[in-house]
Write a protein that binds this ligand. Sequence first.
Ligand code: GAP
Length: 562
Amino acid sequence: MQMDKLVSLCKRRGFLFQSSEIYGGLNGFWDYGPLGVELKRNVKEAWWRDMVRCHDDLSVLPGAPSSYAMTGLDCTIVMHPQVWKCSGHYDLFHDFMVDCRESKRRYRHDQVCGRWVEAKGKKVFVSTPESDTAQEELTRKALKFFNLRNKDADNLQWDGAVVSLTTIDGFDQVLGPDAKELGTLTEPREFNLMFKTTVGALGGEDDAAFLRPETAQGIFVNFKNVLDSSRHKLPLGIAQIGKSFRNEITPRNFTFRSREFEQMEIEFFCQPDVSGQWYQYWRDRRMQWYQDLGLAGQRLQLREHDAGELSHYSRGTADIEYAFPFLPEGEYGELEGIAHRGDFDLRSHMEGKLDESTNPLEVQLGEDGKPKWRGSGKDLTYFDDDAWERDKEQLGTNSFKAYLKGREDQSDPGAPYQYTPHVIEPSAGADRAALAFLCEAYAEDEAPDEKGKLQTRVVLRLHPRLAPVKAAVFPLVKKDGMPEVAQDIYRALKAKYNVFYDEKGAVGRRYRRQDEAGTPYCITVDGQTLQDHTVTIRDRDSLEQDRCKLDDVVAEIENRVG
Ligand code: GAP
């Protein structure tokens, strides 16, 4: 599938528009149109329904070590600035950038690559941000810089391989990606990806706050509130869907890397001893979710990170990836990350930001020897009173304090009754999921028109649960009472689903418009309806048309959509 065809369909049919398009658009921001908003809501609704609302907490699900509870939250976008200091985003969530004084362009330091080349007695480092066609680009730039023609390419003496700009010290002899002169790139500068904002009217540095770059932290800081206000016990997953903001340096590839996007995150809190098993469970469960909704082919993969990529406190991280058509052959883009985060986050919010490089983890200290970023000081540990009640008699004490006293020399004196839960974090992007479902669904095939002649058609084979419009209702012609019957069906279906009524134009053209929008079923009222009270239901994918009794249409669509 060519990406430009999907992009054009998305605009033409109202899935996606560039934000503020009439003013020339704003890079990295996207608006969902009438069909897009339904698709994205369906993605989020499917996730919430499958993960949270319809979760069966009474059964042990296949692959799970035990039964577990799921619940939800909806937190604010602006949170206390200390949250981001303790989470690590304030210190770590940045990229290094280089600016070009000549072209006024900005590049991510690690995304520019280049190669040393010599000609006419001069040696320079030519550079480009294009990684796929780097050598082609570098040759073009070098020929231009040395004022040589294509046929003189042999005069270019290349030295060494194509390397990242990060390996070059001093940029005096570097030709920036869009520069004509040497030495126009600035030294790399840090650039925090969090959007800064001001809370209140005074607007001083003390009032600075950030738009959240992830929804996860709202869950961590509310962990105790959820436990205290509900009767939930661990293992417990807390889910949240919401907007996140990252001032991405290079927003690109349609909605794939946006500056404003939506995440669907679960923080799953569990007992440390079983956290490895829970990690396996969530990895497989989340992969299955995408497959069940139609990403069933080779383009979806689960990639487990190498041990070398993991922080020492994590027992695993896996990415669910999709081979988006805008990526080079063989490359995949991340849809979701599933991370075993140990007790890093809860401890950081309790004790102060932990130092990732310490083992066992210790609070990161500032130059004054005090915690660099102070935690809340609140107790975020969990007490398993069921287990304590069960065991205390056998332990010969009624007092948990006495139990702790007897284990003072242990690193985890409260275990296995009181502990800081481990966290498994399945973190997905709603926009990336919607984009992957669109890419997978796009197809061109042939379907017969009303005269039976095969015509090329564009079709979105979206899973019925995700399709923006579940059914379209047509009277075959605009007379003989057919519109009235069709409108009654339309109204009955509309109480449950987003459906569409259309009585204009040839029926074949109406079918094709719905195929392009991904509508799985078209219901047509025809001459026979008036005699035997049946209608046809056309299936978008098989093109089969079944007759169904008028009274059964709603149930039939419900049955098919699921
Ligand atoms: N709490 C963990 C976390 O935020 P992440 O890998 O940075 O992890 C999780 O983000 C998911 O959010 C990604 O897998 C992706 O689907 C989505 N995401 C992240 N940055 C994005 C961006 N700039 N545009 C669209 N989606 C993004």
